[in-house]
Design a protein around this ligand. Structure first.
Ligand SMILES: Nc1ncnc2c1ncn2[C@@H]1O[C@H](COP(=O)(O)OP(=O)(O)OP(=O)(O)O)[C@@H](O)[C@H]1O
Ligand SMILES: [Mg+2]
Length: 347
């Protein structure tokens, strides 16, 4: 099993501001990993340190076992797609994609062959002579991607690669990008602040906040078993319920925790007009939203507070309606305190 990328104790400080700290990460060869977090959480800073565009204040970066911490960006053999694509406006599609190969002094025949192959891969073989201004956003994004992979880099880094595109295009490009990554087997690190994008594309996700890794896990683990409140809430409208142990009988107990905190997914919270049993809690409907295949009910639960329930019903209850909520103890996921996740290692 080969480790393609290792980050050890990476830190970046600007003045007295810690943009990134205590950042450890191990990424196996062939993995698609996302750095997911809110604005300002340090995602781009981590990516730029891997790329060699930002010098770390402390820590080490290893690519395929080699320490590259002090190696300049152009000698790291990394392909990068920036959020704004950064294409050369006065070069054609061919010129843009050929550029990294010209820098590497490949023969004109070899360049022509490789550019043709990679443009066919991203579906742009008909547009080789166009200029960037003559392309749609999605087509420009593909040119940027072709340029980043044409020289078969050791790593592909993507900073919000689909951020500037509309929703439909983004969804289809997600699938294409993932397919291309599987075909080429290139280890890829993508920055995104979109939970859905990270969940649908990644083998592994690192959730970041305030320059630190909160949790590193597969999409399924992250969604089903968030470590702490930040991850639970960031990964999608989780209900976080806190209370005394006695009050939450049947709930799994966390060793050492004094107060119990749990995440319960909205789809696991049932709403009832009539009390279904002793364990159900009374609530009032605040609002309901139509979401196509379900309604999202915003509830005020007695002695707990606001909760959200996703229900498949034909007619939603009116605001102000009294009702009951229940959930299975097995759907309560214990949360730990706001601790650092430590080393992010693929298991
Ligand atoms: N050159 C710089 N000088 C000073 N502070 C910086 C610099 N670059 C980044 N920062 C700060 O470091 C923190 C992390 O920035 P970074 O760009 O990594 O965030 P991000 O997670 O990529 O956010 P976004 O989703 O908005 O792109 C922010 O607080 C930012 O203001
Ligand atoms: Mg950024």
């Amino acid at each position: 099993m080969t480790e393609k990328l290792e980050l050890h104790g990476l830190r970046k400080t600007y003045g007295d501001h810690h943009a990134v700290e205590h950042f450890d990460l191990t990424v196996r060869d062939g993995t698609f990993l996302s750095l997911l977090g809110p604005s300002g959480s340090g995602k781009t800073t981590v990516l730029n340190m891997i790329a060699g565009l930002t010098q770390p204040s402390a820590g080490k970066i290893l690519i395929a076992g080699e320490d590259v911490t002090d190696r300049p960006a152009n000698l790291r053999n990394i392909g990068i797609v920036f959020q704004n694509y950064a294409l050369f406006p006065h070069q054609t599609v061919f010129g843009n994609v050929a550029f990294p190969l010209e820098v590497r002094r490949l023969s004109p025949e070899e360049i022509a062959r490789r550019v043709k192959d990679v443009l066919a891969m991203v579906g742009l073989d008909q547009l080789v002579d166009r200029f960037p201004s003559e392309l749609s956003g999605g087509q420009q994004q593909r040119v940027a991607l072709a340029r980043a992979i044409v020289f078969e880099p050791a790593l592909l880094l993507l900073d919000e690669p689909l951020g500037a595109l509309d929703r439909r295009l983004r969804e289809s490009l997600r699938r294409e990008l993932r397919k291309l990554q599987r075909q080429t087997g290139i280890t890829t690190i993508m920055v995104t602040h979109d939970q859905e994008e990270a969940l649908s594309m990644s083998d592994q996700i690192v959730v970041m906040s305030n320059g630190r890794a909160e949790q590193c896990a597969t999409p399924e683990e992250l969604y089903r078993r968030p470590h702490n409140r930040f991850v639970a809430e960031f990964m999608g409208s989780a209900n976080v319920v806190t209370g005394e142990w006695v009050d939450l009988s049947g709930a799994p107990r966390v060793p050492g925790a004094e107060e119990a905190a749990f995440a319960i997914r909205p789809e696991n919270v049932a709403f009832h007009a009539i009390r279904p049993g002793d364990a159900a809690r009374a609530c009032t409907v605040v609002t309901s939203e139509y979401c196509g295949d379900h309604y999202r009910l915003h509830l005020m639960v007695d002695a707990i507070g606001p909760m959200t329930s996703h229900v498949r019903i034909t007619e939603p209850p009116a605001a102000g309606t009294r009702g009951f909520v229940s959930w299975r103890p097995a759907d309560m996921h214990p949360l730990r305190g706001h601790e650092n996740a430590g080393t992010c290692r693929q298991t």
